[in-house]
Design a protein around this ligand. Structure first.
Ligand code: ZN
Length: 430
């Protein structure tokens, strides 16, 4: 049995009283009980969704929640302290950070924290030790300045990029070197999300023109100790707008792209057209069950399910990614690899054109440095055979430029172009 306790306030008959929410975790069948709460179903569901939505694990055993002041009823404002108490009891949050304060706040299903409603919202005047909701931008994870335990153990710390050696590590270096947009797909457990997060950690700074935006981002980051690195599944366009704003001139990581609503996908397309300095790192399963094209398990989807899945990945969106990469399952453990070559390639690009290849606002193939007329002809020929759009051809040329920069040469070779073409394996062709 383990116990987590968080200070909060209760509204009793004599006004507000200081109290605590305690969470007791015991073995047994999964069940959550909120003592002394008549309508506990709604609170319970919201609590579970919020904890999961913020990227933590909800305990799959018996959870008992208690508001320790006997005369005070449970209210939605107690969901935040309840969630924090559960995270402490399950060892997912550090008690030392959270215990000095009293907590009150409503929770959104994605783990975001909302402003408390009256009369609770007037409590801000009580003093610095009471934290009462916020403007809706903070989530449980920011508060705790912590990462879920599962993530900590899955990503060993290393000086450079820490990924399984071989194809995945190579691809990550190509993408990082030119700050290209990446669409990663493949079976569950192939390490897509882990790789994207690891790449995000090493994402290059933007051009100098973006420095002031960076300063703003850093200031904001100070206020929010640890921003989530990826958008939760089923995000709203408003959330994306917020993320874009925070990650201006940077990278946005989106897990499970097909599951997001079409409004968000439209916004994403618009975003990629408007601002070439923001790269998108997105992941997806290749089909609804996830096992299409896998050696480990057979796909259970029928034709209509596959078609439905493909409709969730609109072509105009896929077209805007520079690299489309299929993840194969590997049991290789992650190992650190040096980013020296990547840093050198980035330096070459900045000196030549003031930005990285993925951020080049080029409209024509001839605008890409090193694209000779012969190469352009070759690319056009290949593109018409593969049915690549004009935009995709530009992406291929930019990635080829990056491959040449990694070799530290001015001229793009035919091999670079062919390798770059191979980096556009669309999931719709599986
Ligand atoms: Zn399937």
């Amino acid at each position: 049995m383990s116990l987590g306790r968080i200070a909060t306030l209760g509204a009793g008959p004599q006004g507000f009283v200081a109290t605590r929410v305690s969470a007791q975790i015991q073995g047994g069948l999964p069940e959550t009980r909120i003592l002394g709460c008549p309508q506990q179903g709604a609170l319970r569901d919201r609590l579970r969704s919020a904890i999961k939505g913020a990227g933590f694990k909800y305990p799959s055993c018996r959870v008992t929640l208690d508001l320790e002041a006997p005369d005070c009823p449970w209210e939605e404002e107690h969901l935040l302290p309840a969630a924090l108490a559960i995270l402490i009891a399950t060892g997912q949050a550090r008690a030392s950070i959270l215990e000095p304060y009293r907590w009150l706040g409503r929770l959104r299903l994605d783990g975001g924290i909302e402003q408390a409603q009256p009369p609770w919202s007037q409590l801000t005047k009580l003093g610095d030790d009471t934290v009462v909701g916020n403007d809706g931008r903070l989530s449980i994870q920011h508060l705790c300045d912590l990462t879920p335990k599962t993530r900590q153990t899955s990503t060993p710390q290393g000086p450079g990029l820490c990924l399984p050696a071989g194809a995945i590590s190579e691809m990550a270096q190509w993408v990082l070197a030119g700050a290209h947009s990446l669409f990663a797909y493949g079976e569950p457990g192939a390490g897509k999300s882990r790789t994207l997060l690891e790449m995000h950690k090493h994402w290059p700074d933007s051009t100098e023109a973006n420095c002031h935006r960076w300063a703003r981002w850093h200031r904001r980051r100070k206020a929010l100790p640890r921003l989530r690195r990826s958008l939760p599944a089923r995000s709203t366009p408003a959330q994306l707008t917020h993320w874009c704003e925070v990650y201006q001139g940077h990278a946005i990581t989106i897990d499970d792209l097909p599951l997001h609503n079409s409004g968000l996908k439209d916004r994403l397309i618009q975003r990629m057209d408007e601002d070439s300095s923001t790269a998108i790192l997105a992941s997806a399963n290749p089909c609804a069950c996830g096992w299409l094209g896998s050696d480990r398990k057979a796909c259970r989807c029928d034709q209509s399910q596959r078609q439905r899945w493909h409709r969730l990945l609109p072509n105009p969106l896929l077209d805007r990614f520079d690299v489309l990469w299929r993840f194969e399952y590997t049991d290789q453990p992650p190992e650190p690899c040096s980013l020296e070559l990547v840093t050198q390639a980035q330096k070459i690009q900045r000196e030549r054109q003031g930005c990285l290849n993925g951020q080049l606002p080029a409209q024509q193939l001839s605008h890409i440095p090193g694209m000779s007329p012969a190469l352009t002809r070759l690319l056009r020929l290949q593109a018409s055979a593969l049915g690549l759009s004009g935009r995709a051809q530009l992406s291929v040329a930019k990635v080829a430029r990056t491959l040449a920069d990694l070799r530290q040469t001015d001229t793009i070779r035919e091999d670079d172009l062919m390798q770059s073409l191979a980096l556009r394996a669309s999931p719709l062709e599986l």
